[in-house]
Design a protein around this ligand. Structure first.
Ligand SMILES: *Cc1c(COP(=O)(O)O)cnc(C)c1O
Length: 354
C-alpha cells in the first residue's frame, strides 16, 4: 500500500467494474448495457449547437432533465434529483441518510457497489442473507433501525420483491428511509414510484444506463418526497454542484421523452430473455426467475468459472462472481436476438466437449 494513502483511503473497498475490453471485438454480455443505440430523439438533440455551448457550465439544477423526468413519472420537480449515473445518487443518499448511529442494511447477494460506498463513508453495514432460494424476505429487515437499500429487481439474481412487501417495510417505521434501487425495473418488475406521494420515507433510484441505452451518458435519478430530495441536494451541493454535464442533460431529457423507442427496446429485451431462458433450460441450465435485462444461470455440467473462461476464449463476455453461494452461476446480459443465438450456440458446443 502506498505511503501517500491516508488512513481512511487505505480502508476503502473499491468496486471492480465488469470488463470493458478495448483489445478485441467481444459479444459483450457482461455489464447489462443495452444492445440498442440511444433513442432517435437523443441523436437528434445532441446537435452542433449544443456542443458549441460546452464552454459554459451545465445547469446545476439540471432543470430541463428534472422537468422531463417529473412529467414522465407524473410527479413534481421537487420530487426529482438527477446525478452522474445512479451510483452518484446512491452515494448522495448514503451520505444523507446514514452515519453515526444510523447504519445501512442490504442483502448478502446484491449490487457490489453498496459495500464500496459503505467503506467510503465509514458506515456500519448490516448484511442480511437472502433466503436459501435467493428470495429477499422483508421480515428479515423489519427491526433494523437504520437505512435500508434493496435492489429491485436484485442484481445479480434478477429476482423481485413485491410492492406490497416494500410498503410493509415503509409502514413498519416511518422514521426509517427505504431506498429502492430500480436500475432494472423497466424490464418487467413492479415499480414503487406510485407510492411516492404516500410515503415520505421512500426513495426510488433509477438510471438511464440500462433501459434507456445511455450507460456512457451517465444519467441517474431519484424520486421521492421533497424532504428526501432536498437532503440529497444538500450533499450534492457539498460535493459537485455541476454533477451532470450539458450533453448528458440534453441526452437524458430526450431519452425520457422518446416513449415509443423505450417501449420497443424494453419489449425486445423481455422477448429475448424469454427465448434465452427456454434455450438454456433445454441445455440443462437452472435459470433464476429474472425480471431484469440479465439472467443468472448455472449449468449442470460446467462450473461457473470454467464456463465464463471458455466463453471469453471464444469471444463472448459474461460476468462471473467468485463468491460464496453464487460461484456456480454466470450472469448473462440479455442482448439482441443475434447475440443470444451466438451465445446459445457456443454454450451448446462447449457442453458437447465436456
Ligand atoms: C447498473 C446499476 C446501477 C448504477 O448504474 P449507473 O450507470 O451508475 O446509473 C445501480 N444499481 C444497480 C443495481 C445497478 O445494476
Amino acid at each position: 500500500m502506498s505511503k501517500f494513502l491516508s488512513k481512511e483511503a487505505s480502508r476503502l473497498a473499491p468496486y471492480t467494474p465488469g470488463e470493458q475490453p478495448t483489445d478485441a471485438q467481444y459479444i459483450k454480455l457482461n455489464t447489462n448495457e443495452s444492445p440498442f443505440p440511444p433513442a432517435p430523439k437523443v441523436v437528434k438533440a445532441l446537435s452542433r449547437a449544443e456542443v458549441l455551448k460546452l464552454n459554459l457550465y451545465s445547469d446545476p439544477t439540471c432543470g430541463r432533465l428534472v422537468e422531463a423526468i417529473a412529467k414522465r413519472y407524473e410527479l413534481q420537480s421537487e420530487n426529482v434529483i438527477t446525478g452522474n449515473g445512479s451510483d452518484e445518487i446512491l452515494a448522495f443518499a448514503f451520505r444523507a441518510f446514514c452515519g453515526e448511529g444510523k447504519g445501512l442494511a442490504y442483502a448478502d447477494i446484491t449490487y457490489g457497489f453498496y459495500k464500496s460506498q459503505v467503506a467510503l463513508f465509514g458506515l456500519d453495514a448490516k448484511v442480511i442473507p437472502l433466503r436459501e432460494d435467493f428470495t429477499l424476505n422483508v421480515d428479515d429487515y423489519m427491526d433494523f433501525p437504520g437505512t435500508i437499500v434493496i435492489a429491485n429487481p436484485n442484481a445479480p439474481t434478477g429476482m423481485t420483491v413485491s410492492r406490497v412487501d416494500i410498503q410493509r417495510l415503509l409502514e413498519a417505521d416511518p422514521d426509517r428511509v427505504v431506498i429502492v434501487d430500480e436500475a432494472y425495473v423497466d424490464f418487467g418488475a413492479e415499480s414503487c414510484v406510485p407510492l411516492i406521494y404516500r410515503y415520505d420515507n421512500l426513495l426510488v433510484v433509477q438510471t438511464m444506463s440500462k433501459s434507456r441505452s445511455l450507460a456512457g451518458g451517465r444519467v441517474g435519478f431519484a424520486l421521492g418526497s421533497p424532504e428526501l430530495i432536498s437532503a440529497l441536494n444538500r450533499v450534492k451541493y457539498s460535493f459537485n454542484p455541476y454533477n451532470v454535464g450539458r450533453l448528458s442533460i440534453v441526452a437524458g431529457a430526450a431519452a425520457v421523452e422518446d416513449e415509443d423507442y423505450f417501449q420497443t427496446c424494453t419489449a425486445a429485451i423481455r422477448n429475448n430473455r424469454k427465448w434465452t431462458v427456454r434455450e438454456l433450460e433445454a441445455l440443462g441450465f437452472t435459470v433464476l426467475p429474472s425480471q431484469a435485462n440479465f439472467i443468472f444461470a448455472k449449468s449442470d455440467k460446467l462450473p461457473g468459472g470454467e464456463l465464463y473462461q471458455k466463453l471469453k476464449e471464444n469471444g463472448i463476455l459474461v460476468r462471473w462472481f467468485d463468491a460464496d453461494r453464487i460461484r456456480d452461476y454466470i450472469r448473462i446480459t440479455i442482448g439482441s436476438l443475434e447475440q443470444m443465438a451466438a451465445l446459445v450456440d457456443e454454450i451448446a458446443r462447449l457442453l458437447e466437449e465436456v
